[in-house]
Design a protein around this ligand. Sequence first.
Ligand SMILES: [Zn+2]
Length: 270
Amino acid sequence: MNTKPYFNKVCLLACILLFSSIVSSCKKKETTATPNAKDDMASSIAYFVKQGFKAENVVFKDGKFILDHDIIISAEEVATRIKNESPAGSPQTEHWRHNYIVKNPYHKNIRLYIEPSVPLEWKTAVQGATSNWNNMVSNDGSIELGMSTTDFAFASDTRVFMGYENANWIARAYLPTSNGRAGVSIEINSKYNGLISSEKLFAITHELGHTIGLNHTDQNVGIFIQATNPWQTTPPLVDPNSVMNSVVLPWTAFTTGDVQAMKILYPRIL
Ligand SMILES: [Zn+2]
C-alpha cells in the first residue's frame, strides 16, 4: 500500500537503483560468489516475472523479496514454490493461481493477532478492515471467507505489527504460503501514523487482501486482474477505486470488481 503515484515513481527509481546495486555488488564479488546464489536470484526474478511482476519492481532485502513495494515473500518460500511448481515455463493456469490463496478450511476463519504496540487508531483500522471483508461475505452470500482477531499470538495466522522505514509504503504484507495458510504478517509503517482514519482503513483492508492472495489491480497481469475488472475487456481496464489498487484512497466501499474477484477465488460451496 503506497501513498501517491508521484512517490511511486520516486520509489520505483529507488528500487531500480537498489536492484542495480545488488546486481552490481554481485558482479563485484563474482570471483567469490557461489554460482548457486546467483542462479537462485536469477530464477527467483524469473519466477516473479512469469507471474506478471516487472523485474524492476522486485527488490531483495533481508532475506525476503518485496514486490511492487508492499507484497512480501520470503526467499525460502520462493525456493519452495519454484521447486513445487517446476517444470519452469508451465502456463499460468488456475492451478497456478491456487498457490496464492488460502486453502479450505483455513479461509473460513483467518485469525489476526494485533501486537500491543499497535496504536489504537491502527488497531481500529485492522478491526474495521476485518469487518469490511466479513461484511462483503455476508452481503454477497456466494463467497466463503472469514476473518477474526485473537488475543493469542500462538493461535493466530497473521501477526500485525509496527515497523518504521523512511519510505513510501504505508503497510506491507505477506502473500499466502505454499501450504495454503494466510500471509503470516502485516507490517505497518509508523511514518504514516498521521493518515486520516479512512485512509488507514483502506490501507489495512488492502493489506488483508494480500494476505488472502490478491495482487495489485493496477500493476500486475493475469487472470486475477480480469476478475477485478467488471468490464471484462482485453486488456483489462484499471479499476481505479478497487481496494487492490496500489495507491491509497479514503475508504468508501469494495468495487464490483473486488467482489467479483472474491466470488471466483473463494466461492461458497453449497
Ligand atoms: Zn499492495
